[in-house]
Design a protein around this ligand. Structure first.
Ligand code: BTN
Length: 268
């Protein structure tokens, strides 16, 4: 397979969506501030589920916890999708975990062997190859509060060369090419679009419980001693896995603690 060079091959991507019989609709631009911002705007104007927004380059790529996402042109996939799950707002975190699993399936289909660092970072050989940012909007009038839409934004390092990462990322970030996976952005996109639809169908039909074992099998953290930061608090402990609600099960010195959200660093 050829290594991708700009511009993104829209004809190939569109053909793949059609060949796979997906609902996905694809919008592409050369440059945008953030594909998540773009997708949220469009979702609020009524665009349907599985509409994708892809850019060659982002000028204000957003990461989790208010961080920036490095988004140079011609190398990586920056893709956001509108999801409209019929779920209570309390179940929104399971959608983020389901998206991590979709990305695992997609990267496996491209020949990689990724693991998930809870909640939804993807690593290969211990380095981050992809990050996912889910942003939700809720139906204010519904009781209990329900999800109006979730935009899931995927940043997947496809063809970055090791020397192209800035110094602060060079020891922690990698790309599919850097780990020897000869794929391209269009192929990764097509696998991702397939996997997102499959995972969302499973989530709707059976619930997160049906994804839990596969998720735990892909977890990079199980058995590791970690620190998790949430708000002004932190906990340290050994990870036992995630439970059926997607909470991280941490065995701390004071017992078992389920963690709903947070930022993890591995200690041992
Ligand atoms: C993380 O911090 O790990 C999440 C990074 C998510 C980055 C992607 S790139 C496409 C989409 N648009 C954004 O602005 N962010 C997400």
């Amino acid at each position: 397979m050829n290594v991708s060079t700009p511009p993104f091959d829209m004809a190939f991507a569109q053909d793949e969506l059609q060949r796979r019989g997906l609902h996905a609709k694809l919008h592409w631009v050369a440059e945008v501030d953030s594909t998540n911002r773009w997708a949220i705007d469009q979702a609020e104007q009524g665009e349907p589920a599985f509409t994708w927004f892809v850019a060659d380059r982002q000028t204000q790529g957003r990461g989790r916890l208010g961080r920036a996402w490095l988004s140079p042109p011609g190398r990586n996939l920056y893709a956001s999708v509108i999801l409209r799950p019929s779920l209570a707002s309390t179940e929104a975190p399971t959608v983020g975990l389901a998206m991590a699993l979709a990305a695992v399936r997609a990267l496996k289909a491209c020949g990689a062997n990724p693991q998930i660092k809870w909640p939804n970072d993807l690593q290969v050989a211990g380095k981050k190859v992809a990050g996912i940012l889910c942003e939700a909007r809720f139906e204010p009038a519904a009781a209990p509060q329900s999800i109006a839409c979730i935009v899931a934004g995927f940043g997947i390092n496809v063809a970055m060369k090791p020397g192209e990462f800035p110094p602060e990322l060079s020891s922690t970030a990698t790309s599919l090419h850097a780990v020897g996976v000869a794929t391209n952005r269009e192929q990764v996109f097509a696998e991702l679009a397939s996997a997102v639809e499959a995972v969302m169908e499973q989530l709707a039909a059976v619930g997160f419980i049906s994804l839990c074992d596969e998720w735990n099998a892909a977890s990079a953290l199980t058995g590791r001693f970690i620190e998790v930061l949430f708000g002004n608090e932190s906990r340290q402990g050994t990870v036992l896995g995630i439970d059926r609600s997607g909470r991280l099960l941490l065995l701390t010195s004071s017992g078992l603690e389920p963690i709903v959200a947070g930022d993890v660093s591995v200690k041992k």
